[in-house]
Design a protein around this ligand. Structure first.
Ligand SMILES: Nc1ncnc2c1ncn2[C@@H]1O[C@H](COP(=O)(O)OP(=O)(O)OP(=O)(O)O)[C@@H](O)[C@H]1O
Ligand SMILES: [Mg+2]
Length: 367
């Protein structure tokens, strides 16, 4: 994978999109304050929470390091939060690094050899780690050992180095990109899905308490409905609506305030962001609703293929606006409706909704 695929985060930072789940610019301190610290505070993802709770409690009771955990899912759904929770629940320090920071096996060896017993190592964006480091990680995960290569060429020797037991927590927005051998070495894999509006409402109520924002229940529901299924977006919208309430209103965030504020900030009824909308519009306006291949669609919106696939599509699919088929991406009738356009009857797009050859692996290119 090329080094320029950081486009996902860079793009949001430039445009400052309010509903872009990848933007983390102004969020450092506030994000930290809003992050749930324990599993019990973590809202939603019920199954993952229950399963993870069992893995951690059992390991803790045995006094051993829990199995390695892989967290996958779109940006802003709580992967980093869960990694921190894992360390907190088993009362161990957390070491944080990321795939892009590990470009040589030596980088990984340095991190691994400095781990203390039981420590949790969080590798964010693990799918972007360099290949030689990946191979070193296999051995470390399985046998708690690394082979440190000393010297170069024919005289090079591998010095085996034992590691203390540790727990690796990997996070990725692209589980499909992880090589099989790496995926198989995780004892527990959790896929995070978009949150239900009711869950986002609870998250908002909790955040409002922490930020001391007077949030009315109907205001919370309105913001939740436009949060793109994403806690990070919900928290950001709450802060923007609070700004509006303080400047233009009486500080209280109710339904009317939330609506007025979100209109000013140009957040539509489904919370689609600029990229989501441009993908949908390109699909409908330029390609008559599709089917169109992912690469062509990405070029049409002047974005990286990965950005369209990882950042925009998961939510568009979830919202029932876009479908991935063997012949390419198509706009659903709901997409036409959302854009306020009439769908041509009997069009190709409609027919291919029922395409029997529907892709099983939508990450495949279709062009
Ligand atoms: N289940 C949850 N309950 C409450 N708040 C949450 C939950 N999940 C996420 N959040 C909030 O959303 C913010 C974003 O979550 P987090 O940083 O963990 O996402 P991420 O999956 O790591 O995203 P990325 O892929 O961009 O790194 C956190 O600061 C936290 O406040
Ligand atoms: Mg993260």
């Amino acid at each position: 994978m090329s080094a320029d695929d950081s486009g996902a985060s860079a793009r949001g930072a430039e445009t400052g999109d309010l509903v872009d789940p990848t933007v983390q610019i102004d969020e450092g301190a506030i994000d930290a304050a809003l992050r749930p610290k324990h599993l019990a505070e973590f809202v939603g993802q019920t199954r993952v929470r229950e399963q993870l709770g069992l893995v951690l409690s059992a390991a803790y009771a045995r006094g051993s390091a829990p199995d390695h955990v892989l967290l996958s899912g779109p940006p802003g759904l709580g992967k980093t939060t869960l990694a921190m929770i894992i360390a907190a629940e088993i009362n161990q320090p957390l070491r944080i690094s990321s795939g892009p920071a590990i470009q040589h096996a030596g980088d990984l060896a340095a991190v691994l050899s400095s781990l203390t017993e039981g420590e949790v190592l969080f590798l964010d964006e693990i799918h972007r780690m360099a290949r030689p480091a990946e191979e070193m990680l296999y051995l470390a995960m399985e046998d708690f050992r690394v082979d440190v290569i000393v010297g170069k060429g024919p005289g090079a020797t591998a010095i085996p180095l034992d590691l203390p037991p540790f727990t690796l927590v990997g996070a990725t927005t692209r589980a499909g990109l992880l090589p099989g051998p790496l995926r198989d070495r995780f004892g527990f894999t959790a896929h995070l899905d978009f949150y239900e509006p009711a869950e986002l409402t609870s998250i908002l109520v909790r955040s409002a308490e922490l930020l001391e924002v007077p949030l009315e229940p109907d205001g919370a529901v309105e913001i939740a409905g436009r949060s793109r299924g994403t806690p990070r977006v919900a928290n950001r919208l709450l802060r923007r609506v609070r700004d509006f309430a303080e400047v233009r209103g009486n500080g209280i965030v109710d339904l009317a305030t939330a609506k007025a504020a979100l209109t000013i900030y140009d957040v539509d009824g489904l919370g689609l962001d600029r990229l989501d909308r441009s993908v949908l519009e390109a699909l409908v306006l330029k390609f008559g609703g599709g089917p169109v291949g992912l690469s062509t669609l990405a070029v049409a919106v002047a974005e990286e293929r990965e950005t369209v696939e990882e950042v925009a599509e998961p939510y568009l699919v979830r919202a029932g606006l876009l479908a991935r088929t063997a012949r390419g991406r198509i706009a659903t009738p709901a997409a036409w409706q959302h854009l306020g356009m009439a769908q041509p009857t009997g069009g190709a797009a409609h027919a291919s909704l029922f395409d029997p050859t529907e892709e099983t692996d939508p990450t495949d290119g279709t062009d």
